[in-house]
Design a protein around this ligand. Sequence first.
Ligand code: BGP
Length: 469
Amino acid sequence: MRYSKLNDFPDHFLWGASSSAYQAEGAWNEDGKSPSIIDMYEHPKEYADFKTASDHYHRYKEDIRLFAEMGLKAYRFSIAWTRIIPDGTGEINPAGIAHYRDVIQECRRYHIEPIVTMYHFDLPYCLEEKGGWSSRETIDAFEAYAKVLFTHFGNDVTYWLTINEQNTMILHPGAIGLPKGGTLPSKKELYQQNHHLMLAQAKAMKLCHKLCPRGKIGPALNLTAMYPETCNPSDSIAAHNWEVLRCWNFADVPVFGWYHPLAWSYLVHREMEPEIAPGDREILMGADPDFIAMNYYSTATIAASRGDSTDVSARAGDQQIMLGEEGVYRAADNPFVSKTKYGWVIDPEGFRYTLRKVYERYRLPILITENGIGAPDRLENGQIHDDYRIEFIRRHLHAMRLAITDGVEMLGYCPWAALDVVSTHQGYQKRYGFIYVDRDEFDLKEMKRIKKDSFFWYQKIIEENGNSL
Ligand code: BGP
């Protein structure tokens, strides 16, 4: 669809940026924090671990001042459950509450809207030892944790995100590190965990609406449209299979209260459907998310399964993520898109396409909680010329403006990341921030904050409410 004039970005659009606790904060064992699974899992030894990260825990005031200078209207960050309730359940840690209260107040001081992720991959390790998400007790623990967050911060936080990328955790469990011993749960067990996460999420959403009068809450999923490799109908069916299993099944449950019919059939026919306890259906119904939060990086291109072992392959540039499933789909190449240095597809038009599909399906406003390009930024004479990042974000924002003109309701845009953080897979060799954190993989140096070229560019875009895009 072409237009002679594009719609403006809405007034009060949340121009923001993102981070997560385990990738930004560091201070992994300070002020009463207990270890999370991220702290205890095995990660590649050649990259930085998460113990110090970008030291945001100690430097949040300086960082938020810089975010304000950049003009951010919103800051999306996550609260570490392990700081709030170190034992997973029970006693509240006052130092944890005080820390996040300060972070929220600091945002408010500069009129930055805090957008809080309640859970970004970092389950308390003590709960993992008791069965983690395979145990129904973790649902109750999460509900109790949610209650603590809403009670303490509900007056100061409007936007809540329940669980970051539940679909990544279930479909690519190795992506966030390997449990000691290296064994990952079976698919059946993962779908049981998924069911428990869905129940925990629905309970948190209901609680938010009850306890936070101004509260708005949504799931934060990694969503992307799929292209069939050719117009062969079998490729279209395969692309639809994977789109449903990877995306819609995870968003349908909070919005519609039950699993996507095709996904449910897939689970039943493979004897992987979760056990449903009496009362579960009622819990899932009426969670009523207020918006869909969405992380978007790339699209995927899909072909029909050949039904042999070649259907499964590693995602380009990322050995931890396996794609393809016999009888379901296989990954294919797309000659019409480019790729990042790490093999991730760059596809702004696919962003517009995905936004249309998400809005068409759920008719809820969309908040972008991640989007960005990982790159090995170079510090030259005290400056970082990240023109590739400016280009990437500019093209995605233009695509978003087209989607807005198409009729999609957008709440805001919080790209990954506000500042450099530890990449889940490539440490500090792969950076995403608008603000450079001067440290190497193992040499922490002074962790000086340096504004990249993209910082000044984004500042201008925010100032003009995206009018030049
Ligand atoms: C998303 C996660 C983020 C972040 C991002 C970039 O899936 O929600 O936490 O890590 O991916 O990934 P990476 O750091 O592996 O490049």
